[in-house]
Each structure stands twice: as structure tokens, then as C-alpha cells.
Design a protein around this ligand. Structure first.
Ligand code: ZN
Length: 317
């Protein structure tokens, strides 16, 4: 309980089955879902395709979208028509198709008023020598069109090396894909609008999955941001401090490594928190790897104890 009697909101995640998924979300994170094809855990989500339910306290059983509508004060009375973010953990056991997202303006017109999608990834785990797809090698829009039309994918697609603990910002218009054996935490706008550019020529049930070439070409940024600018390793973060690792118009993301005790003031409209490693407590409530919770507006001082790593997010007022 916070200073003003405000409660933490613990969420019941929604997991999805995907052909490229695996078992880690159940076996390592403890989500009670059957199947060896668990691809995504929507940990903090008010999206209609996975609206998380509060699992504790006075609001138990309410969905996050209901909470947003009925208790705007707990989210700082923000001027958004829906909870603005979506936090996921993604376990890729196979390469994901190569995608690009539109921005708000394009999605508004072409996707029935949906939000666009800006997202970012924190690499929780990957193999030695791992890489992912970010950006492309076309120098002009003309060259991009040509390479796509001629199927010169090897030349077009840019792979960049990654390491555990890296951070990657994916602006709308950025070609991107996770590759096999990568576990990430994704913080994104509350949207599911994705254009599939390339699927490695794979078949699902004997057929290729639908591609969205025209929309992809409409929105891809040319030239792409440099590889060096795309992947950032997070160094010199302080323990027991809320380290801001990224901020943009759509969200601000923090990393917090608790070793012993961390105390800070909740001075944001809300703080969405996910425990990625370890265990401990938040103002006396026990938390462990795989837990997702929201620290509401006006909560006051937050005291975390134990040994754990978290990613947290909020939006600008
Ligand atoms: Zn994406």
C-alpha cells in the first residue's frame, strides 16, 4: 500500500500461441499456460486482443481497459482515449517474419483510426553471436522498390549483432525482426498494426503467409538509421536507481536493478513494471520473475527489496 492508501495493480498476463514460440514463458516465467508454442506474454495490456485482468485487492477481476475508463485518477488523468502502452515478453524459438509499423498519422487514415506503433526492445536473453534484423540497405526509395520487386532480400535486409542487456528503439518505418533463440521485453504503443514485408519464403499449412508489400513500401524510412545508432548497450547503470534508458514522444523506459533496497518517489502519471529476473518485494508485497504490476499515480514512496531486475515504463504528461 502506498502513502495515500493507493494499491499496486498486479496483472494477470495474457499469453499467445505462435508457430515460432516455445516453453520458456511457462518454464522460466511461470505463466500457467499449456503448449510448447508460447510466443508472447502480454504482461501489461489493455488491448482488445488481450485485456489484462487485475488479480489483487479492491479492483480484482477488472480489466486494465476498465480501470483506465473508470479510474483515470490512478493514471494521472492523462488525455488519452485508452491505456497508451503495451508491455510484452516475447520468446522467439524461430525467426519472426520481417515487419514494419506505420506511425499514428498513417494508421489513422489507413487502419481505421488505430494508433501507429513505436516500440522498443530490451534483450533479456540471447545466444552468443546472436543478431536481429533492424533497418535495411537500400539507399533510396527507388532502390528499395527495386530490391523488393526483384526479391533481393539477402542484399536488402540488414542484420545487426546483439547481446543480452542491449536496448533497441524501433521507430515507425523501421524494418525489424527478432531471430531464433531471443527473449525480449517489448514496450510499445497500444496497437497491433503490423505490415509483413518478408517471411523467408516459408509456408504455413502449405501456403505462404500474407505479405503487405504496398503498405510496407509506403511506410519504410529510407535510408535506415545506421546500425550503430540502432542498438545500444546499456552500460554504467546504477544499482538501486531508476535508470532512465530511453524517452520519446510515446514512452519513457527505465531499468531498475534492485540489490538490497531501492527507494524512489512515484512522480509519474503511472509506472508499469515487469520483473525480469530474481525476486523481492514492493512495499511489502512479494514479487518475482514474471510479475507485472502498475504503480498508480500518487502512490508516493516506493520501496523495493531483494535481488531483482525490472523494466518500467510511463508516458509524458
Ligand atoms: Zn514490431
Amino acid at each position: 500500500m502506498g502513502n495515500e492508501g493507493i494499491e499496486l495493480l498486479f496483472l494477470e498476463p495474457v499469453c499467445t500461441h505462435n508457430i515460432w514460440g516455445g516453453k520458456r514463458l511457462r518454464e522460466e516465467f511461470g505463466y500457467p499456460v499449456e503448449g510448447d508454442d508460447l510466443g508472447e506474454c502480454w504482461g501489461i495490456s489493455a488491448h482488445p486482443e488481450g485485456d489484462g485482468m487485475i488479480r489483487n485487492g479492491s479492483f480484482r477481476g477488472k480489466t486494465l481497459s476498465q480501470m483506465w475508463a473508470e479510474h483515470p485518477d490512478l493514471f494521472g488523468n492523462l488525455p488519452y482515449d485508452r491505456y497508451p502502452l503495451l508491455t510484452k515478453i516475447i520468446d522467439a524459438q524461430d525467426d519472426l517474419s520481417i515487419q514494419v509499423h506505420p506511425d499514428d498519422a498513417y494508421a489513422q487514415v489507413h487502419e481505421n483510426g488505430s494508433l501507429g506503433k513505436t516500440e522498443c526492445w530490451f534483450i533479456c536473453d540471447c545466444k552468443e553471436g546472436a543478431a536481429l534484423v533492424i533497418g535495411h540497405n537500400a539507399k533510396t526509395a527507388e532502390e528499395l522498390k527495386e530490391m523488393v520487386a526483384e526479391g533481393r532480400w539477402q542484399e536488402l535486409i540488414r542484420e545487426v549483432p546483439i547481446h543480452k542487456g542491449d536496448f533497441i528503439q524501433i521507430d515507425p518505418g523501421t524494418v525489424h525482426a527478432i531471430k531464433a533463440d531471443t527473449l525480449i521485453l517489448e514496450t510499445q504503443q497500444n496497437s497491433a498494426i503490423t505490415y509483413r514485408l518478408y517471411d523467408y519464403g516459408r509456408l504455413q499449412n502449405g501456403k505462404p503467409r500474407e505479405l503487405h508489400i504496398d503498405k510496407s513500401l509506403d511506410v519504410i524510412t529510407v535510408p535506415a538509421k545506421s546500425a550503430e545508432e540502432s542498438v545500444r548497450s546499456l552500460t554504467n547503470l546504477q544499482e538501486n536507481k531508476l535508470n532512465q534508458i530511453y524517452t520519446c514522444e510515446k514512452y519513457t523506459v527505465f531499468k531498475l536493478d534492485v540489490n538490497g533496497s531501492a527507494v524512489f518517489e512515484q512522480r509519474f502519471p503511472f509506472l508499469a513494471a515487469s520483473v525480469l529476473e530474481g525476486q523481492g518485494s514492493v512495499n511489502g508485497a512479494e514479487v518475482r520473475k514474471g510479475d507485472h504490476f502498475i504503480i498508480p499515480c500518487g502512490y508516493g514512496n516506493v520501496e523495493m527489496k531483494g535481488n531483482m531486475s525490472l523494466i518500467l515504463s510511463t508516458v509524458e504528461e
